[in-house]
Write a protein that binds this ligand. Structure first.
Ligand code: HEM
Length: 476
């Protein structure tokens, strides 16, 4: 490892035999396919759960399909099934190409893939049989936690070996990846063990806040941005605008993010100076985020046509706009003034969907659109039109869901503040929850369209051939 540098040169991008040989393509494809299967299952779970709110839940009497358990299937399935698998696939593609080294062991990579699926399936089993751990986002039953920690350690060892062996420049993507591999292991261990066995009471609330926030900020965010710093310059065929700003973004995230956790528990018995500290740190994150967004949009300057010609770029940049909106929203909703209204309301659910699907989900989908033909060895996609439909239906339905739940959250919050009868507040939410189910159904349909396109692209042998590096299709 020597100096740091902002973006990979084009040689790292080239799909020549040498760089392709560094990557275990069946492995990356397997991660993506598994990720997508969990994605579909978790979406259906979300859709079912949303029907509980409009009193149409289809399995009211079946204990192991009770709505509370199905909610955890939705959230955990998305976090550990969809996002984690897709990120593992992305890392197994990007790290060997950035370092020009294979991972420590291909056999270990496959073992990790199998073990990780075991962990996800055991979690599903545990959740549906009522064994959830009482830790938000760490509901994985306690007997699985040690295996998950071991799995995370092996992932770090396998993927960090090529970085350590590499003697070239430290691309900013690698900074993010290394940090994420270390932070995820620490975060998972802290959240799942400290609060379960050693720390209780209010102090455990503070640790749980840290855990919830660090899962987003120190696991999902750095891998997501690391992948953006990798894919965007490669597709645009130009360097990132400012190397200096990319480092401000990285170190700003490293410094401020871990201080944010307690903003999940404002107005609780946690000492007020800690709550105030978390509020200030959350607002600071918005400034850091702005530097990253400016950097990416300045990189796009002069290449705006890519938004029409490259679907991955479109997914990535829509995700970045939503990232900026989410973080701007954070800077306001973290204040005690906003909290008085929105706490526990559907505003928060809108916020969660905007960041988890609108940002990281969109980046993953963009990455899949870019990589799947390269992994399968096809000239392109079976249907570009279907990909266009997938994009627009997902974006429009998600925006409807966000606006709907944000407004609903405000209605709820003001009603609660004015001590409106509880039943009355529930009744006035029904139109918002109905709209959520409809927009959710549209999101789900869009993902099934993409699943069909993946299936056809993988199975249609007439598509096999060298990748069409300059796509001829202009996306509507
Ligand atoms: C079919 C589309 C979807 C529907 C109908 C749906 C529905 C729901 C429902 C009903 C909840 C529980 C809200 C509550 O307890 O008040 C929820 C929570 C959540 N969903 Fe979804 N969802 C969908 C898609 C997604 C996607 C694609 C993601 C991320 C990739 C996602 C991430 C989340 C998260 C993070 C939460 C937890 C929110 C919180 O605790 O505040 N959902 N979803």
């Amino acid at each position: 490892m020597t100096t740091a540098i902002a973006n990979p040169p084009v040689s790292v991008a080239a799909d020549d035999a040498h760089t392709l040989a560094l990557v275990d393509r069946p492995l990356v494809l397997s991660y993506f396919v598994l990720s997508y299967v969990y994605f579909l299952i978790a979406l259906v779970a979300g859709l079912l759960y949303s029907m509980q709110f409009i009193q149409l839940y289809p399995f009211p009497e079946i204990e192991f399909l009770s709505p509370g358990r199905i909610r955890m299937l939705h959230t955990n399935g998305l976090a550990y099934g969809f996002i984690a698998n897709a990120f593992l696939g992305g890392l197994h593609w990007a790290i060997p190409r950035l370092t020009m080294q294979r991972v420590f062991s291909d056999k270990l990579s496959w073992l990790i893939l199998v073990v990780w699926q075991g962990i996800v399936l055991a979690t599903v089993f545990g959740l549906l049989t009522g064994q959830a751990q009482a830790l938000e986002w760490g509901e994985t039953p306690i007997w699985i936690d040690p295996v998950a920690v071991l799995g995370l350690f092996l992932v770090g060892f396998n993927l960090m070996t090529p970085v350590i062996r590499f003697s070239g420049p430290m691309y900013v993507s690698l900074w993010y990846f290394i940090a994420a591999l270390v932070w995820t292991l620490l975060t998972y261990t802290m959240g799942n063990f400290f609060t379960e066995y050693w720390i209780g009471g209010t102090a455990s609330g503070a640790i749980i806040g840290l855990f919830i926030h660090d899962l987003v900020g120190l696991f999902v965010t750095p891998i997501g941005w690391g992948l953006m710093y990798y894919f965007v310059p490669i597709i645009l065929r130009k360097p990132i605008w400012s190397h200096g700003l990319s480092l401000v973004g990285f170190w700003g995230l490293a410094f401020f993010y871990p201080l944010n956790g307690i903003h999940h528990f404002l107005y609780t018995p946690i000492p007020m100076f800690l709550q105030h500290g978390a509020i200030v740190a959350t607002i600071a994150v918005e400034f850091v985020v702005t530097t990253v967004i400016v950097n990416f949009f300045m990189t796009l300057r002069g290449s705006g046509d890519a938004l029409r010609r490259s679907l991955p770029i479109r997914w990535f940049y829509v995700g970045m706009v939503l990232y900026f909106v989410t973080c701007l929203q954070c800077a306001f909703q973290t204040t005690l003034t906003f909290q008085r209204i929105i706490h526990f309301s559907d505003w928060v659910v809108a916020h969660a969907h905007m960041v988890m699907f609108g940002v990281f989900g969109f980046w993953i989908l963009g990455m899949m659109v870019y990589l799947i033909p390269r992994l399968v060895g096809t000239r392109g996609w079976w249907s570009d039109t279907l990909n266009s439909w997938h994009f627009w239906l997902s974006v429009i339905s998600l925006v409807i869901m966000i606006i709907d739940l944000t407004l609903g959250g405000l209605v709820q919050g003001f009603q609660w503040k004015n001590l409106v009868l509880w039943e009355e507040t529930v009744r006035s939410m029904v139109p918002f929850w109905l709209t959520r189910t409809f927009s959710g159904a549209a999101i789900t349909i869009a993902q099934f369209l993409f699943a069909f396109n993946i299936y056809m692209t993988v199975t249609d042998r007439s598509l096999r051939g060298p990748i069409d590096a300059e796509p001829s299709y202009t996306y509507g």
